[in-house]
Design a protein around this ligand. Sequence first.
Ligand SMILES: [Zn+2]
Length: 376
Amino acid sequence: MKYKRPIIKKTQPVYRITPSTFRIGAQLGTTAEFTDRRGEMWNLIQNLDGRDVDEVVASVRTRFPWLSRDDILDGLRMLDKYGFLDDAASESAVPSRYLPNVRYFSGFPGTSTAEATKMQDKLLSSKILILGLGGGGVNVATLLAGVGVGNLTILDSDVVEESNLGRQLLYREMDIGKAKAEVAASRLRELNSLTKITSIVARIDSSQDVLEYISDNDVVICALDEPPFMAQRRVNKAIVDEHVPCVFGANQLTHGRVFTVVPGETGCFDCLNLYYSRNDPKFVNQFRGFQQSNYQPETVAYVPTMWIITAVMADEAVRLITDYIKPKTLGLQYEIVYPDYTSFAHKAWPRYDDCPTCGKGNYDEWPIFQEYPGYL
Ligand SMILES: [Zn+2]
């Protein structure tokens, strides 16, 4: 038995339905119902109050002497198989502001409080670089400071403008004209003094610019939107060169899209360009037509939907660091449909050996790369 002092997870209620049935859990999908005519399991669970396994066995056998030690351990193993057990000895020592996170992580079957505490500790010692502090980045930064990422480096070249205030809620009216990175850093420090914030006022005009700041980070968040697609390619090149995973997010009109590149494991952003080049005969023409139209979109952003997409981006970063559950957007585009509050995953794109960025290919061989403005 891996638990010295087994208890039912504090996230799971235990309650009777009839004299011979009871349930553990209340959430759809994770609730189990037990039939227990003689009350043996119910009695076992009542004894899981923090005493050690030997005392639990002795107490249950006082009431049900025909049960062997193995029978009782089998009952415990069954509860463990459902993911309901925890160890009373593993009280989490993280600061109280993070305890609800620990309980959330430990709510997943098979994750004990001790393991969930290690996940929070990983966050506390992690380093994340956030590129762009507009409606995407500033909200991701707020969420990651709240959740307890230990080190956040935030970068933007812009100043706060009045037109930002409707969706970039870390900024105040009195901040208009000040550098976003500096204002955001000071607000994030007020939000969580345990998170070390480093602010950088700088532009990203090439992959080389990204490389300057990327080196010792565990995850990068790409929340740049200018120039469209080229900003993502520049960040992609840098994260591939430095082998740092990156969560990308972009808003369209009423949809948002999130995808994550893990260099060496998933396809990269330029592999996505190859994927469309190979599979969609209209792709290059469509991209060229769009670029040549010189379409200058006005900012479209509605803060409730910004919070939806940025919440997904922040959670993906937390998943990459803690592995509390597998990220959903690894090498695939996850599309969020705001009007319906639904989402769907596009088909994953592969990693190509002939990708010029993460493989051994050549940019000149792919017409799509000639259509991107500017340089990598
Ligand atoms: Zn690639």
